[in-house]
Design a protein around this ligand. Structure first.
Ligand code: 13P
Length: 248
């Protein structure tokens, strides 16, 4: 079983989300896989209420504020996301970190806020090209992981990790299955130390960064890769369906 997640980023207005779900089908034999879509917040409710959405497609929010409510113009809380149909929340996506200055401390607060609403956090980690070239992959992703894990009080709580090397996002450059397996192995080892071997084994670690129908099979076959987080190729119902089939 694999987790196939689509992050629509700032694409897919409510009407486009409805059109997507009319065209997106999951093969019956793929029913064991978990399929998640993270629409932009404004399309979440439309996706949730869309009659054409296969109910096996679960929904998530791309980002939350860490407070439940308040004078935070433009922000959306985990509580609001839950009431609009989200079951999952991306936290600490590299675009949030890099373009909007989100810090590890804010990521930790957001993980806690998401858990308060019983949403399942998908904690995103990943190194830049500069950090990779300086041989700092493990150091960077483990620091990001440790700070987020500090907000998870109980090893029984479900959360997911997404390893998304920044240099592979939207660039067409994909990590090789070996690169992905290496980073995922590093993350799994740290999870074993932090939450124990059993909980670490059931924590899904997704790979993200230029995943497409043409490379999904080999990435999903790599050691310790339990799923994929797809950006660009997830807004097209046919290509996203093809990626779900690659999880076979
Ligand atoms: P791309 O698949 O477009 O590279 O995006 C990956 C990503 O950032 C998913 O969260």
């Amino acid at each position: 079983m694999a987790v196939i997640a689509g992050n629509w980023k700032m694409h897919m207005a409510p009407e486009e989300a409805r059109t997507f779900f009319s065209a997106f089908e999951i093969d019956e034999m793929m029913a064991d896989n978990e399929v998640l879509i993270f629409p932009p917040a404004i399309s979440l409710l439309a996706a949730y209420k869309c009659e054409n959405r296969d109910p096996r497609v679960q929904l998530g929010i791309q980002n939350v504020h860490w407070e439940n409510s308040g004078a935070f113009t433009g922000e959306i809380s985990a509580e609001m996301a839950a009431s609009a149909g989200a079951s999952y929340a991306l936290v600490g996506h590299s675009e949030r970190r890099q373009l909007f200055g989100e810090t590890d401390e804010q990521v930790a607060l957001k993980v806690a806020a998401v858990l308060r609403q019983d949403l399942i956090p998908v904690i995103c980690v990943g190194e830049t090209l500069e950090e990779r070239e300086a041989g700092r992959v493990s150091e960077v992703i483990l620091t990001q992981l440790d700070l987020a894990l500090a907000s998870i009080p109980d090893p029984e709580i479900r959360f997911l990790i997404a390893y998304e090397p920044v240099w592979a996002i939207g660039t067409g450059k994909t990590a090789t299955p070996k690169d992905a397996a290496g980073a995922h192995g590093t993350l799994r080892n740290r999870l074993e130390q932090a939450i124990g071997v059993t909980a670490a084994a059931r924590t899904e670690i997704l790979y993200g960064g230029s995943v497409k129908p043409s490379n999904a099979t080999e990435l999903l076959a790599a050691q310790d890769v339990d799923g994929v987080l797809v950006g660009g190729a997830s807004v097209n119902p046919q290509s996203f369906a093809e990626i779900t089939r690659a999880a076979g």
